[in-house]
Ligand binder design. Sequence first.
Ligand SMILES: *Cc1c(COP(=O)(O)O)cnc(C)c1O
Length: 390
Amino acid sequence: MPMIPYGRQSIDQDDIDAVVEVLKSDWLTQGPSIDRFERAMAERCGARHAVAICNATAGLHIACMALGLDHGDWLWTTPNTFVASANCGRYCGANVDFVDMDAKTWNMDAEKLAAKLVEAERLGRLPKAVVPVAFSGQSCDMARIKALSQQYGFAIIEDASHAVGASYLGKPVGCGDYADMTVFSFHPVKIITTGEGGIVVTNSDDLANRLRSARSHGITRNPDEMHEPSHGPWYYEMTQLGYNYRLTDIQAVLGLSQLKRLDAFLARRRALAARYDALLADLPLQLPTRQAGTESAWHLYVVRLQLERIGKPYEAVFEALRAAGVGVNMHYIPVHLQPYYRQFGYQAGDFPEAERYYREAITLPMYAGLTDEQQDKVVAALGTVLGDAV
Ligand SMILES: *Cc1c(COP(=O)(O)O)cnc(C)c1O
C-alpha cells in the first residue's frame, strides 16, 4: 500500500512550463526572475523589501547577520521548532536560549517570554534577537511580543517557514507591523515550493541592504557603500564576509508560478483542517486550537494523543498508523534536548510544556493535493488504531 505522506508539493503543467521557459532563456541565475519573485512576495506580504535566498536556514542566518548578532549575544527561540530557528544564532557565535511553549497554541508562550525577560534583565543577559516561530502556520501572540521588544530592546526575526499566506489581526504575515524581518521557506513540504528556497521580507531599507550584501559574498557595486572611489566599470568592493546564498532564476520562476496558486492551496488546506476537526471530534485526541485574530496557513495538522484514554504507548500508535499506510510524523523533538544543545547545559525538565507535547503530538497528512478519500483513509486508520482502545 503506498504511504500517504504528511506533506508534499503540488506541481502542475504551468509550473513545469515556467521552469522549461527559463531554462531556454539567457539567465539561469542572477537574472530578472529573482527581482520579479521578490517584488511579488513583497507585494503579497505588504512589505517594502523581499530578499530571496537559497533556503530559509540561510535566510535566518543572514537575518542574524543583518542585526549584527555576535559572540556574547543571546538569541531566544522556542524549543518546539526545527533546529534551524536556533542554529542561526550559533552560526554568528551567539548563545541560544529557549522560551517554553503555550499548552494550547503550541507556539512560544508570550507570558513566559515576559517572565524570562524580567529575570534576564536582572542578570544583564537580555537577548539581542528573539525568533518566534509561527508553528504549523499560525502566528504567535505577535502584538505582545512586539510590545516586549520595545520595552526590552530586542529585535524580532519571525520564522514564518510554515506560514506563507497566513494572516494575523487582518494583515498578512510578513507585513512588518510586528517583526523586523520575517523568513519564509519554500521547501517542498511547505505551502509553496521552489525545490529549496526561502525569502526574507522587511520594511527596513537598511536591513534589506545588509541582507542583500550577506546573501552575495558581502560584495557591493553601489558607489555610496564603497570605501574608495570606483576604479572603473568593473569595480566592486567586498565590505563584509558574506556567502553565496542566492536563489536561482529556475527556482524563482517556479516560485512565481506557485504564488499564483497560493490562494487555492490555502483554501484546500483550510478545508482539510475543517474536515479533520469534524471527523476527529469524537476520538481521544486534543485537536489544534484556532487563536482569535489568526488565520493559519495550515502547513501542519498536529493532534495530541490522550494516552491515558487510549491505553497504548505513543510509539505503538505511531507505528500502527505507519503500518496502515499513513505517513504520520513528529513536529518537533524539543531542540534543547538535541545532543548539540545539551552540551550548553540544557536537559530534560528545562521546558516541560514542550517536552510533554513531544510525548503526545503526531502530525497527520496535510497538503493541497490530499483528496477527501485519502483523508477519509487517514481518519479511518486513526479510528481503528485508537478506537479499539476506548
Ligand atoms: C522548514 C523550516 C526551516 C528551514 O527551512 P529550509 O528552507 O529547509 O532551510 C526553518 N524553520 C522552520 C520552523 C521550518 O519548518
